[in-house]
Write a protein that binds this ligand. Structure first.
Ligand code: G6P
Ligand code: ZN
Length: 544
Protein backbone atom coordinates (compact mmCIF):
# COMPACT_ATOMS: atom_id res chain seq x y z
CA UNK A 1 0.00 0.00 0.00
CA UNK A 2 1.47 3.34 -0.95
CA UNK A 3 0.28 6.90 -0.66
CA UNK A 4 0.07 8.74 -3.95
CA UNK A 5 0.04 12.49 -4.42
CA UNK A 6 -2.11 13.10 -7.48
CA UNK A 7 -1.91 16.42 -9.34
CA UNK A 8 -5.26 17.92 -10.16
CA UNK A 9 -6.84 21.13 -11.43
CA UNK A 10 -9.74 22.84 -9.64
CA UNK A 11 -13.40 22.66 -10.64
CA UNK A 12 -15.10 26.00 -10.24
CA UNK A 13 -18.55 24.64 -9.36
CA UNK A 14 -17.97 22.93 -6.01
CA UNK A 15 -19.95 25.41 -3.93
CA UNK A 16 -21.99 23.56 -1.31
CA UNK A 17 -25.71 24.48 -1.37
CA UNK A 18 -28.39 24.30 1.35
CA UNK A 19 -27.18 20.85 2.20
CA UNK A 20 -23.73 19.93 0.88
CA UNK A 21 -22.45 19.57 -2.67
CA UNK A 22 -25.20 18.10 -4.80
CA UNK A 23 -24.78 17.33 -8.51
CA UNK A 24 -25.76 14.80 -11.14
CA UNK A 25 -23.99 11.46 -10.73
CA UNK A 26 -22.26 12.07 -14.07
CA UNK A 27 -20.67 15.24 -12.68
CA UNK A 28 -19.28 13.33 -9.69
CA UNK A 29 -17.98 10.61 -12.03
CA UNK A 30 -15.66 13.03 -13.84
CA UNK A 31 -12.03 12.18 -13.11
CA UNK A 32 -10.84 13.85 -9.86
CA UNK A 33 -14.21 15.54 -9.17
CA UNK A 34 -15.10 13.67 -5.98
CA UNK A 35 -11.44 13.51 -4.92
CA UNK A 36 -10.97 17.28 -5.27
CA UNK A 37 -13.97 18.01 -3.09
CA UNK A 38 -13.07 15.44 -0.43
CA UNK A 39 -9.48 16.72 -0.27
CA UNK A 40 -10.87 20.26 0.06
CA UNK A 41 -12.86 19.05 3.07
CA UNK A 42 -9.81 17.36 4.57
CA UNK A 43 -7.66 20.45 4.01
CA UNK A 44 -10.24 22.64 5.74
CA UNK A 45 -11.49 20.78 8.80
CA UNK A 46 -8.23 20.76 10.75
CA UNK A 47 -5.63 18.24 11.80
CA UNK A 48 -6.87 14.76 10.96
CA UNK A 49 -4.13 12.83 12.73
CA UNK A 50 -5.41 10.67 15.55
CA UNK A 51 -9.01 11.56 14.63
CA UNK A 52 -12.10 9.46 13.97
CA UNK A 53 -14.44 10.13 11.07
CA UNK A 54 -17.88 8.64 10.39
CA UNK A 55 -18.78 7.65 6.84
CA UNK A 56 -21.96 6.41 5.20
CA UNK A 57 -24.65 7.24 2.73
CA UNK A 58 -28.22 6.64 1.68
CA UNK A 59 -27.29 3.73 -0.61
CA UNK A 60 -27.98 5.53 -3.86
CA UNK A 61 -26.08 4.77 -7.08
CA UNK A 62 -22.34 5.57 -6.73
CA UNK A 63 -22.47 5.21 -2.92
CA UNK A 64 -20.15 2.22 -2.79
CA UNK A 65 -17.45 3.42 -5.23
CA UNK A 66 -17.44 6.81 -3.49
CA UNK A 67 -17.00 5.18 -0.09
CA UNK A 68 -14.00 3.19 -1.32
CA UNK A 69 -12.38 6.36 -2.69
CA UNK A 70 -13.02 8.33 0.50
CA UNK A 71 -11.68 5.55 2.74
CA UNK A 72 -8.43 5.44 0.75
CA UNK A 73 -8.15 9.23 0.85
CA UNK A 74 -8.83 9.30 4.60
CA UNK A 75 -6.05 6.76 5.15
CA UNK A 76 -3.66 8.77 2.99
CA UNK A 77 -4.53 11.93 4.90
CA UNK A 78 -3.65 10.44 8.28
CA UNK A 79 -7.11 9.77 9.76
CA UNK A 80 -6.80 7.24 12.60
CA UNK A 81 -10.18 5.52 12.33
CA UNK A 82 -13.23 5.58 10.09
CA UNK A 83 -16.48 4.07 11.28
CA UNK A 84 -18.49 3.16 8.20
CA UNK A 85 -22.05 1.85 8.10
CA UNK A 86 -22.46 -1.74 6.92
CA UNK A 87 -22.86 -1.85 3.15
CA UNK A 88 -22.02 1.84 3.18
CA UNK A 89 -25.45 2.60 4.64
CA UNK A 90 -26.05 5.22 7.31
CA UNK A 91 -29.06 7.49 7.44
CA UNK A 92 -28.31 11.16 7.98
CA UNK A 93 -29.77 11.17 11.52
CA UNK A 94 -27.88 7.96 12.38
CA UNK A 95 -24.64 9.58 11.18
CA UNK A 96 -25.29 12.57 13.41
CA UNK A 97 -26.01 10.22 16.33
CA UNK A 98 -22.81 8.22 15.77
CA UNK A 99 -20.59 11.33 15.37
CA UNK A 100 -21.80 12.57 18.76
CA UNK A 101 -21.72 9.25 20.53
CA UNK A 102 -18.11 8.47 19.60
CA UNK A 103 -16.75 12.04 19.77
CA UNK A 104 -15.70 11.93 16.15
CA UNK A 105 -14.10 14.92 14.46
CA UNK A 106 -16.94 14.79 11.95
CA UNK A 107 -18.59 12.72 9.29
CA UNK A 108 -19.11 12.54 5.58
CA UNK A 109 -22.63 11.80 4.37
CA UNK A 110 -23.13 10.64 0.80
CA UNK A 111 -26.60 11.63 -0.22
CA UNK A 112 -28.64 13.91 -2.41
CA UNK A 113 -31.45 13.56 0.14
CA UNK A 114 -34.82 13.47 -1.61
CA UNK A 115 -33.48 13.94 -5.17
CA UNK A 116 -33.88 10.93 -7.48
CA UNK A 117 -30.95 8.49 -7.74
CA UNK A 118 -29.52 6.08 -10.31
CA UNK A 119 -26.95 6.65 -13.07
CA UNK A 120 -29.06 9.54 -14.42
CA UNK A 121 -29.95 10.84 -10.96
CA UNK A 122 -28.17 12.93 -8.37
CA UNK A 123 -25.40 12.32 -5.87
CA UNK A 124 -24.12 14.45 -3.03
CA UNK A 125 -21.43 14.87 -0.39
CA UNK A 126 -21.96 16.67 2.88
CA UNK A 127 -19.61 17.25 5.78
CA UNK A 128 -20.94 17.28 9.34
CA UNK A 129 -18.82 18.60 12.18
CA UNK A 130 -18.13 17.30 15.67
CA UNK A 131 -21.49 18.40 17.10
CA UNK A 132 -23.10 16.04 14.55
CA UNK A 133 -24.60 18.87 12.51
CA UNK A 134 -24.04 20.17 8.99
CA UNK A 135 -20.87 22.23 8.69
CA UNK A 136 -21.63 25.88 9.36
CA UNK A 137 -21.53 28.37 6.48
CA UNK A 138 -18.08 29.59 7.46
CA UNK A 139 -16.72 26.09 7.02
CA UNK A 140 -18.56 25.33 3.76
CA UNK A 141 -17.31 28.65 2.36
CA UNK A 142 -13.75 27.69 3.31
CA UNK A 143 -14.18 24.27 1.66
CA UNK A 144 -15.41 26.01 -1.49
CA UNK A 145 -12.46 28.44 -1.44
CA UNK A 146 -10.07 25.55 -1.10
CA UNK A 147 -11.73 23.67 -3.98
CA UNK A 148 -11.00 26.62 -6.28
CA UNK A 149 -7.25 26.44 -5.82
CA UNK A 150 -6.59 22.79 -5.06
CA UNK A 151 -3.68 21.31 -7.04
CA UNK A 152 -3.24 17.83 -5.59
CA UNK A 153 -4.91 15.20 -3.46
CA UNK A 154 -3.68 12.21 -1.51
CA UNK A 155 -4.94 8.68 -1.96
CA UNK A 156 -3.78 5.24 -0.95
CA UNK A 157 -3.26 2.51 -3.53
CA UNK A 158 -4.99 -0.46 -1.92
CA UNK A 159 -7.60 -3.11 -2.64
CA UNK A 160 -11.23 -2.24 -1.81
CA UNK A 161 -12.42 -2.70 1.76
CA UNK A 162 -15.12 -5.30 2.51
CA UNK A 163 -18.06 -3.16 3.61
CA UNK A 164 -20.46 -6.01 4.29
CA UNK A 165 -18.91 -7.72 7.31
CA UNK A 166 -19.01 -6.07 10.72
CA UNK A 167 -15.67 -5.51 12.42
CA UNK A 168 -12.29 -3.90 11.99
CA UNK A 169 -9.69 -4.04 9.26
CA UNK A 170 -6.71 -1.87 8.35
CA UNK A 171 -5.99 0.44 5.45
CA UNK A 172 -2.31 1.28 5.97
CA UNK A 173 -2.28 2.75 9.51
CA UNK A 174 -5.99 3.60 9.54
CA UNK A 175 -8.59 1.36 11.18
CA UNK A 176 -11.75 0.82 9.15
CA UNK A 177 -14.57 -0.26 11.40
CA UNK A 178 -17.73 -1.51 9.71
CA UNK A 179 -20.55 -0.82 12.18
CA UNK A 180 -24.16 -1.95 12.42
CA UNK A 181 -26.06 0.94 10.82
CA UNK A 182 -29.11 0.66 13.07
CA UNK A 183 -27.98 -0.23 16.61
CA UNK A 184 -26.70 3.08 18.03
CA UNK A 185 -29.62 4.95 16.52
CA UNK A 186 -32.21 2.57 17.92
CA UNK A 187 -30.69 2.84 21.41
CA UNK A 188 -30.98 6.61 21.21
CA UNK A 189 -34.65 6.36 20.20
CA UNK A 190 -35.32 3.98 23.06
CA UNK A 191 -33.88 6.52 25.48
CA UNK A 192 -36.35 9.20 24.31
CA UNK A 193 -39.65 7.43 23.73
CA UNK A 194 -41.93 5.18 25.72
CA UNK A 195 -41.37 2.01 23.72
CA UNK A 196 -43.64 0.06 26.11
CA UNK A 197 -46.63 2.30 25.38
CA UNK A 198 -45.94 2.38 21.65
CA UNK A 199 -45.68 -1.42 21.62
CA UNK A 200 -49.02 -1.66 23.40
CA UNK A 201 -50.58 0.59 20.78
CA UNK A 202 -49.10 -1.27 17.84
CA UNK A 203 -50.07 -4.70 19.19
CA UNK A 204 -53.48 -3.71 20.55
CA UNK A 205 -55.31 -4.86 17.44
CA UNK A 206 -57.12 -1.49 17.31
CA UNK A 207 -54.42 0.45 15.56
CA UNK A 208 -52.77 -0.06 12.21
CA UNK A 209 -49.90 1.91 10.74
CA UNK A 210 -48.10 1.97 7.41
CA UNK A 211 -44.55 3.24 7.06
CA UNK A 212 -43.30 3.98 3.54
CA UNK A 213 -39.50 3.95 3.35
CA UNK A 214 -39.68 4.73 -0.39
CA UNK A 215 -36.92 2.20 -1.19
CA UNK A 216 -34.50 4.51 0.56
CA UNK A 217 -32.28 4.41 3.60
CA UNK A 218 -34.81 4.07 6.44
CA UNK A 219 -35.96 0.60 5.33
CA UNK A 220 -33.64 -1.39 7.63
CA UNK A 221 -34.16 1.09 10.49
CA UNK A 222 -37.95 1.06 10.19
CA UNK A 223 -38.23 -2.73 9.91
CA UNK A 224 -36.03 -3.11 12.98
CA UNK A 225 -37.87 -0.51 15.00
CA UNK A 226 -41.52 -1.02 14.10
CA UNK A 227 -41.74 -4.68 13.10
CA UNK A 228 -39.08 -6.23 15.30
CA UNK A 229 -38.69 -4.09 18.43
CA UNK A 230 -42.18 -2.58 18.66
CA UNK A 231 -44.20 -5.59 17.51
CA UNK A 232 -46.06 -4.18 14.49
CA UNK A 233 -47.03 -6.89 12.00
CA UNK A 234 -44.74 -7.80 9.10
CA UNK A 235 -45.62 -5.66 6.11
CA UNK A 236 -46.11 -2.53 8.23
CA UNK A 237 -43.07 -1.10 6.44
CA UNK A 238 -43.55 -0.84 2.69
CA UNK A 239 -40.78 -0.25 0.13
CA UNK A 240 -38.35 -1.23 2.88
CA UNK A 241 -35.43 -2.41 0.74
CA UNK A 242 -32.98 0.39 -0.13
CA UNK A 243 -32.40 0.44 -3.90
CA UNK A 244 -29.76 2.37 -5.82
CA UNK A 245 -32.41 4.17 -7.86
CA UNK A 246 -35.11 4.13 -5.16
CA UNK A 247 -37.16 1.85 -7.43
CA UNK A 248 -37.17 4.63 -10.01
CA UNK A 249 -39.05 6.79 -7.52
CA UNK A 250 -38.53 10.24 -6.14
CA UNK A 251 -37.84 9.64 -2.44
CA UNK A 252 -39.46 12.80 -1.16
CA UNK A 253 -42.17 12.29 1.46
CA UNK A 254 -44.86 14.69 0.31
CA UNK A 255 -48.36 14.31 -1.08
CA UNK A 256 -47.11 14.19 -4.66
CA UNK A 257 -44.14 11.84 -4.50
CA UNK A 258 -45.30 9.54 -1.69
CA UNK A 259 -48.47 8.80 -3.65
CA UNK A 260 -48.44 5.08 -2.85
CA UNK A 261 -48.76 5.84 0.86
CA UNK A 262 -51.28 8.60 0.20
CA UNK A 263 -53.46 6.18 -1.77
CA UNK A 264 -53.36 3.70 1.13
CA UNK A 265 -54.20 6.30 3.78
CA UNK A 266 -56.95 7.89 1.69
CA UNK A 267 -58.31 4.58 0.33
CA UNK A 268 -60.85 2.06 1.58
CA UNK A 269 -60.03 0.35 4.84
CA UNK A 270 -57.27 2.88 5.48
CA UNK A 271 -54.94 2.35 8.45
CA UNK A 272 -54.96 4.77 11.40
CA UNK A 273 -51.54 6.23 10.84
CA UNK A 274 -49.16 6.63 7.92
CA UNK A 275 -45.66 8.01 7.60
CA UNK A 276 -42.96 8.29 4.98
CA UNK A 277 -39.34 9.35 4.98
CA UNK A 278 -36.92 10.53 2.32
CA UNK A 279 -33.74 9.29 0.61
CA UNK A 280 -31.43 9.80 3.59
CA UNK A 281 -34.03 9.49 6.34
CA UNK A 282 -34.10 13.00 7.74
CA UNK A 283 -37.49 14.08 6.35
CA UNK A 284 -40.92 12.83 7.34
CA UNK A 285 -44.53 13.08 6.32
CA UNK A 286 -47.30 12.27 8.80
CA UNK A 287 -50.78 11.15 7.78
CA UNK A 288 -53.84 10.09 9.70
CA UNK A 289 -56.72 8.14 8.20
CA UNK A 290 -57.75 10.31 5.24
CA UNK A 291 -55.91 13.19 6.84
CA UNK A 292 -52.71 15.09 6.02
CA UNK A 293 -50.69 16.82 8.73
CA UNK A 294 -48.71 19.76 7.35
CA UNK A 295 -45.10 19.79 8.58
CA UNK A 296 -45.72 23.19 10.16
CA UNK A 297 -48.69 21.84 12.11
CA UNK A 298 -46.70 18.77 13.02
CA UNK A 299 -44.06 20.94 14.71
CA UNK A 300 -46.79 22.80 16.58
CA UNK A 301 -48.41 19.56 17.78
CA UNK A 302 -45.07 18.07 18.89
CA UNK A 303 -44.33 21.27 20.78
CA UNK A 304 -47.72 21.36 22.47
CA UNK A 305 -47.55 17.69 23.50
CA UNK A 306 -43.84 17.27 24.20
CA UNK A 307 -44.24 16.62 27.90
CA UNK A 308 -46.21 13.44 27.12
CA UNK A 309 -42.93 11.96 25.83
CA UNK A 310 -40.34 10.77 28.39
CA UNK A 311 -37.37 12.45 26.65
CA UNK A 312 -39.09 15.83 26.85
CA UNK A 313 -41.12 15.39 30.04
CA UNK A 314 -39.32 18.27 31.75
CA UNK A 315 -40.49 20.72 29.10
CA UNK A 316 -38.77 22.52 26.28
CA UNK A 317 -36.13 25.25 26.43
CA UNK A 318 -37.54 26.76 23.24
CA UNK A 319 -38.62 25.95 19.74
CA UNK A 320 -37.19 27.04 16.40
CA UNK A 321 -38.61 27.08 12.90
CA UNK A 322 -37.34 28.19 9.53
CA UNK A 323 -38.71 31.49 8.27
CA UNK A 324 -41.05 30.07 5.60
CA UNK A 325 -42.53 27.56 8.09
CA UNK A 326 -45.98 28.61 9.33
CA UNK A 327 -46.36 30.50 12.57
CA UNK A 328 -48.42 27.74 14.20
CA UNK A 329 -45.55 26.80 16.53
CA UNK A 330 -45.15 30.44 17.59
CA UNK A 331 -48.64 30.36 19.09
CA UNK A 332 -47.89 27.24 21.10
CA UNK A 333 -44.58 28.69 22.28
CA UNK A 334 -46.30 31.88 23.40
CA UNK A 335 -48.84 29.81 25.33
CA UNK A 336 -46.09 27.73 26.96
CA UNK A 337 -44.07 30.85 27.74
CA UNK A 338 -41.03 29.65 25.82
CA UNK A 339 -39.03 31.35 23.07
CA UNK A 340 -39.67 30.69 19.39
CA UNK A 341 -36.77 31.37 17.01
CA UNK A 342 -37.07 32.11 13.31
CA UNK A 343 -34.07 31.04 11.19
CA UNK A 344 -33.31 30.88 7.46
CA UNK A 345 -34.11 27.71 5.52
CA UNK A 346 -31.52 25.00 6.19
CA UNK A 347 -31.08 22.76 9.20
CA UNK A 348 -27.58 24.11 9.83
CA UNK A 349 -29.07 27.32 11.22
CA UNK A 350 -30.56 25.40 14.15
CA UNK A 351 -27.18 24.04 15.22
CA UNK A 352 -26.07 26.97 17.37
CA UNK A 353 -29.48 27.32 19.03
CA UNK A 354 -29.41 23.64 19.94
CA UNK A 355 -25.79 23.72 21.10
CA UNK A 356 -26.50 26.78 23.25
CA UNK A 357 -29.52 25.09 24.84
CA UNK A 358 -31.88 27.78 23.55
CA UNK A 359 -34.11 25.46 21.51
CA UNK A 360 -35.14 21.85 22.14
CA UNK A 361 -37.40 21.20 19.12
CA UNK A 362 -36.90 22.47 15.58
CA UNK A 363 -38.93 22.13 12.41
CA UNK A 364 -39.30 23.21 8.83
CA UNK A 365 -42.11 23.33 6.33
CA UNK A 366 -39.94 21.17 4.05
CA UNK A 367 -41.00 18.04 5.96
CA UNK A 368 -38.25 18.17 8.55
CA UNK A 369 -38.42 18.07 12.33
CA UNK A 370 -36.01 17.14 15.05
CA UNK A 371 -34.64 17.97 18.46
CA UNK A 372 -31.51 18.40 20.53
CA UNK A 373 -30.97 14.60 20.57
CA UNK A 374 -28.83 15.02 17.42
CA UNK A 375 -27.96 17.88 15.06
CA UNK A 376 -29.94 16.81 11.99
CA UNK A 377 -33.61 16.55 11.35
CA UNK A 378 -34.85 13.06 11.96
CA UNK A 379 -37.65 11.32 10.06
CA UNK A 380 -38.14 8.23 12.22
CA UNK A 381 -37.80 10.28 15.39
CA UNK A 382 -40.83 12.30 14.25
CA UNK A 383 -42.78 9.12 13.53
CA UNK A 384 -41.96 7.73 16.99
CA UNK A 385 -42.86 11.07 18.59
CA UNK A 386 -46.27 10.98 16.92
CA UNK A 387 -46.81 7.33 17.90
CA UNK A 388 -45.91 8.16 21.50
CA UNK A 389 -48.41 11.03 21.55
CA UNK A 390 -51.14 8.87 19.99
CA UNK A 391 -50.41 6.06 22.45
CA UNK A 392 -50.87 8.43 25.38
CA UNK A 393 -53.82 10.40 24.03
CA UNK A 394 -55.62 7.41 22.52
CA UNK A 395 -57.07 9.64 19.82
CA UNK A 396 -57.02 9.53 16.02
CA UNK A 397 -54.59 11.90 14.29
CA UNK A 398 -57.43 14.02 12.92
CA UNK A 399 -58.89 14.60 16.38
CA UNK A 400 -55.50 15.59 17.76
CA UNK A 401 -55.23 18.26 15.05
CA UNK A 402 -58.82 19.46 15.41
CA UNK A 403 -58.44 19.93 19.15
CA UNK A 404 -55.12 21.67 18.55
CA UNK A 405 -56.72 24.13 16.12
CA UNK A 406 -59.60 24.70 18.49
CA UNK A 407 -57.18 25.82 21.15
CA UNK A 408 -54.66 27.76 19.05
CA UNK A 409 -56.49 28.60 15.83
CA UNK A 410 -55.52 27.19 12.44
CA UNK A 411 -52.68 28.46 10.28
CA UNK A 412 -53.79 27.55 6.77
CA UNK A 413 -50.65 26.82 4.82
CA UNK A 414 -49.48 25.74 1.41
CA UNK A 415 -46.32 25.78 -0.69
CA UNK A 416 -46.37 26.12 -4.46
CA UNK A 417 -43.23 25.01 -6.32
CA UNK A 418 -42.27 25.84 -9.89
CA UNK A 419 -39.50 23.36 -10.64
CA UNK A 420 -36.72 23.34 -13.23
CA UNK A 421 -37.37 26.84 -14.53
CA UNK A 422 -34.76 28.84 -16.40
CA UNK A 423 -32.24 30.21 -13.88
CA UNK A 424 -31.95 33.64 -15.49
CA UNK A 425 -35.71 34.07 -15.54
CA UNK A 426 -35.94 32.96 -11.91
CA UNK A 427 -33.30 35.51 -10.92
CA UNK A 428 -35.16 38.20 -12.86
CA UNK A 429 -38.37 37.30 -11.03
CA UNK A 430 -36.63 37.69 -7.69
CA UNK A 431 -34.94 40.95 -8.76
CA UNK A 432 -38.29 42.29 -9.87
CA UNK A 433 -39.78 41.42 -6.48
CA UNK A 434 -36.80 42.93 -4.73
CA UNK A 435 -37.33 46.20 -6.52
CA UNK A 436 -40.92 46.30 -5.24
CA UNK A 437 -40.03 45.84 -1.55
CA UNK A 438 -39.73 49.54 -0.64
CA UNK A 439 -43.11 50.40 -2.21
CA UNK A 440 -45.31 47.68 -0.77
CA UNK A 441 -45.81 48.79 2.84
CA UNK A 442 -49.32 50.16 3.42
CA UNK A 443 -50.50 49.05 -0.02
CA UNK A 444 -53.85 47.28 -0.42
CA UNK A 445 -53.62 44.02 -2.36
CA UNK A 446 -57.14 42.62 -2.76
CA UNK A 447 -58.61 42.56 0.72
CA UNK A 448 -55.20 42.49 2.32
CA UNK A 449 -53.08 45.39 3.50
CA UNK A 450 -49.29 45.05 3.48
CA UNK A 451 -47.81 45.51 6.95
CA UNK A 452 -44.18 44.86 6.03
CA UNK A 453 -42.08 43.61 3.18
CA UNK A 454 -38.41 42.67 3.25
CA UNK A 455 -35.70 40.26 2.19
CA UNK A 456 -35.16 38.12 5.27
CA UNK A 457 -31.83 38.56 6.97
CA UNK A 458 -30.75 36.54 10.00
CA UNK A 459 -28.23 37.33 12.68
CA UNK A 460 -27.12 34.24 14.55
CA UNK A 461 -27.77 34.81 18.27
CA UNK A 462 -24.74 32.84 19.27
CA UNK A 463 -21.90 33.69 16.88
CA UNK A 464 -23.29 36.93 15.44
CA UNK A 465 -22.89 35.79 11.84
CA UNK A 466 -25.27 37.40 9.37
CA UNK A 467 -27.06 35.54 6.55
CA UNK A 468 -28.72 37.84 4.03
CA UNK A 469 -31.13 37.40 1.10
CA UNK A 470 -32.92 34.44 2.66
CA UNK A 471 -36.29 35.02 1.02
CA UNK A 472 -38.68 37.85 0.22
CA UNK A 473 -41.51 38.27 2.69
CA UNK A 474 -44.74 40.15 2.32
CA UNK A 475 -46.61 40.28 5.62
CA UNK A 476 -50.19 41.52 5.94
CA UNK A 477 -51.96 43.32 8.77
CA UNK A 478 -54.07 40.23 9.61
CA UNK A 479 -50.96 38.06 10.10
CA UNK A 480 -51.13 36.40 6.66
CA UNK A 481 -47.87 36.03 4.74
CA UNK A 482 -46.48 35.36 1.31
CA UNK A 483 -42.83 34.28 1.07
CA UNK A 484 -40.76 33.77 -2.10
CA UNK A 485 -37.48 31.87 -2.28
CA UNK A 486 -35.37 30.08 -4.81
CA UNK A 487 -34.55 26.56 -3.70
CA UNK A 488 -30.96 25.87 -2.67
CA UNK A 489 -31.16 22.11 -3.22
CA UNK A 490 -32.24 21.65 -6.85
CA UNK A 491 -29.79 20.54 -9.52
CA UNK A 492 -31.67 21.49 -12.70
CA UNK A 493 -32.26 25.15 -13.46
CA UNK A 494 -34.01 26.92 -10.62
CA UNK A 495 -36.99 26.12 -8.44
CA UNK A 496 -39.23 28.92 -7.24
CA UNK A 497 -41.01 28.29 -3.96
CA UNK A 498 -43.99 30.37 -2.90
CA UNK A 499 -45.11 29.88 0.69
CA UNK A 500 -48.63 30.97 1.63
CA UNK A 501 -50.09 31.30 5.07
CA UNK A 502 -53.21 32.73 6.68
CA UNK A 503 -54.57 32.52 10.21
CA UNK A 504 -58.11 31.44 11.13
CA UNK A 505 -59.14 31.68 14.78
CA UNK A 506 -62.78 30.67 14.16
CA UNK A 507 -63.16 26.90 14.62
CA UNK A 508 -66.29 26.80 12.46
CA UNK A 509 -63.94 27.62 9.57
CA UNK A 510 -61.28 25.02 10.28
CA UNK A 511 -62.44 22.41 7.77
CA UNK A 512 -61.75 24.16 4.49
CA UNK A 513 -59.45 23.00 1.74
CA UNK A 514 -56.25 25.06 2.18
CA UNK A 515 -56.15 25.82 -1.57
CA UNK A 516 -59.60 27.37 -1.25
CA UNK A 517 -59.02 29.27 1.92
CA UNK A 518 -55.73 30.59 0.51
CA UNK A 519 -57.11 31.29 -2.98
CA UNK A 520 -57.01 35.11 -2.68
CA UNK A 521 -53.46 35.07 -1.33
CA UNK A 522 -52.40 32.68 -4.10
CA UNK A 523 -53.77 35.05 -6.73
CA UNK A 524 -52.01 38.01 -5.09
CA UNK A 525 -48.74 36.08 -4.88
CA UNK A 526 -48.88 35.23 -8.59
CA UNK A 527 -49.74 38.74 -9.60
CA UNK A 528 -47.15 40.57 -7.52
CA UNK A 529 -44.35 38.31 -8.79
CA UNK A 530 -45.76 37.91 -12.33
CA UNK A 531 -45.16 34.23 -11.97
CA UNK A 532 -46.67 33.17 -15.29
CA UNK A 533 -44.69 35.72 -17.26
CA UNK A 534 -41.36 34.85 -15.71
CA UNK A 535 -41.75 31.07 -15.47
CA UNK A 536 -43.80 30.45 -18.60
CA UNK A 537 -45.80 28.03 -16.48
CA UNK A 538 -49.55 27.99 -15.98
CA UNK A 539 -49.44 26.30 -12.61
CA UNK A 540 -47.03 24.94 -10.00
CA UNK A 541 -45.39 21.55 -10.56
CA UNK A 542 -45.78 20.57 -6.90
CA UNK A 543 -48.27 21.76 -4.31
CA UNK A 544 -47.83 20.71 -0.72
C1 G6P B 1 -32.79 20.34 2.90
C2 G6P B 1 -32.33 21.00 4.15
C3 G6P B 1 -33.49 21.67 4.83
C4 G6P B 1 -34.18 22.61 3.89
C5 G6P B 1 -34.58 21.89 2.65
C6 G6P B 1 -35.24 22.77 1.59
O1 G6P B 1 -33.64 19.29 3.21
O2 G6P B 1 -31.73 20.09 5.04
O3 G6P B 1 -33.06 22.31 5.98
O4 G6P B 1 -35.33 23.14 4.49
O5 G6P B 1 -33.46 21.28 2.08
O6 G6P B 1 -34.32 23.49 0.88
P1 G6P B 1 -34.67 24.28 -0.43
O7 G6P B 1 -33.54 25.25 -0.51
O8 G6P B 1 -34.74 23.30 -1.57
O9 G6P B 1 -36.01 24.93 -0.21
ZN1 ZN C 1 -33.02 14.34 3.37
Amino acid sequence: MSIRNISTTPFQDQKPGTSGLRKAVTVFQQPHYLENFVQSIFDTVGDLRGQTLILGGDGRYYNRPAIQIILKMAAANGVARVKVGRGGILSTPATSCVIRKYNALGGIILSASHNPGGPEGDFGVKYNSSNGGPAPEKMTAAIFDRSKVIDHYKILTAPDVNLDTLGESKLADMVVEVIDSVQDYEKLMESLFDFGKIRELLTSGNFRMCMDSMHAVTGPYAINLFEQTLGAPKGTVINGTPLEDFGDGHPDPNLVYAHELVEILFGDNAPDFGAASDGDGDRNMILGRKFFVTPSDSLAVLTANATLVPGYADGLAGVARSMPTSQAADRVAADLGIDCYETPTGWKFFGNLLDAGKATLCGEESFGSGSNHIREKDGLWAVLFWLNILAVKQQPVEQVLKEHWQKYGRNYYSRHDYEAINSDRANQLMANLHAQIPNLKGKKLGNYEVKYSDDFSYTDLVDGSISENQGIRIGFTDGSRIVYRLSGTGTQGATLRIYLESYEPDSSKHNLDPQQSLADLIAIANEVAQVRTFTNMEKPTVIT
